[in-house]
Ligand binder design. Structure first.
Ligand code: ZN
Length: 297
């Protein structure tokens, strides 16, 4: 099953077009893409029993700018640092023995095709497999972790390195949460759609040049490992988002370092799921002025 957030309404993608879930279920399920995760198992069962009766409402070409994130307002967002051995090496850090966890604040989440205004500093790219939690829970064993997952998506963990590295300890969470720094999409894909959800090709290009390319089987901690590890401490809630870490090829690891500039087009993909497209514009100078001062003229 492939789920899309089109203009803020939950859609199921079928071979003949998009089905609007609220309309097709006569209001039994909400139109809001976030709400479906709280009733995930009921929703999956409804899709299976009514699949033959679902009539597409939108069969035309889809403008991807209309798409939002498949989980646009999660209760929690988790992200994993240094989860590919080669990426830890390019960062000059030893292979971690337990997952390195931080957050991207939820207001950074956007749809898959966006224009991002570069904040002051050095903005870097990180293509990542994103997990959206379905049933969730606590104390989930790795062997049953996939049962707690709704599906997979593509994410970009955009990162402003100057802010991240300044100060006595790294400021991962804040430096990775500027406006538009967490695009997710284009769809939520359930794992039955994928030949092997533990081994997916992923990569990124800038202006057509390949900058990252790997497979999710290269992750130090797999999706089941991460779900088990997190749920030992926190309750995983329906709709929670997990960025699973980036493979090598980021800008800060290059000699000399390379960062995103105005006009750059960043494309990020995960096999079987789809592609994100971010176009960057120059720093928005108005962001340098606190709102209170702007209002005061
Ligand atoms: Zn990352």
């Amino acid at each position: 099953m492939r789920l899309l957030n089109l203009d803020g309404r939950l859609q199921v993608s079928t071979a003949s077009g998009l089905v609007d879930v609220a309309a097709a279920s006569r209001g039994h399920f909400s139109s809001g893409p976030q709400d479906v995760y709280d009733r995930w198992e009921e929703f999956v069962a409804w899709c299976e029993t009514s699949a033959g009766d679902l009539t597409p409402t939108d069969t035309g070409d889809l403008d991807p700018v209309r798409l939002g994130a498949p989980s646009p307002r999660p209760r929690q967002v988790f992200a994993v640092g240094l989860n590919y051995a080669d990426h830890a090496a390019e960062a000059g850090i030893a292979r971690p023995e337990t997952p390195v966890i931080f957050t991207k604040f939820a207001s950074a989440i956007s749809g898959p095709v966006t224009t991002v205004s570069l904040p002051p500093g050095s903005v870097d790219w990180e293509v990542e497999l994103v997990v959206v939690i379905g049933r969730g829970g606590r104390g989930i064993p790795a062997a049953r972790a996939w049962d707690a997952v709704a599906g997979l998506s593509v994410g970009q963990d955009l990162s402003e390195r100057r802010g991240q590295m300044s100060g006595p300890v790294p400021q991962f969470s804040l430096a990775k949460s500027h406006r538009g720094f967490a695009p997710i999409g284009p769809a939520l894909v359930t794992i039955d759609e994928l030949d092997n959800p533990d081994d997916l090709d992923l990569g990124a290009t800038i202006n057509g040049e390949v900058v990252q390319r790997s497979r999710t089987s290269q992750m130090i901690f797999s999706v089941p490992d991460l779900v088990a590890y997190l749920s030992r401490t926190v309750e995983l809630c329906p709709g929670d988002v997990l960025f699973t870490g980036t493979p090598p090829g980021v800008g800060v690891g290059r000699t000399p370092p390379r960062f995103l500039g105005p006009g750059d087009v960043l494309r990020s993909h995960v096999e079987g799921i789809g592609e994100l497209v971010q176009t960057f514009t120059g720093p928005d100078e108005t962001l340098l002025v606190p709102d209170r001062m702007r209002e005061a003229g």
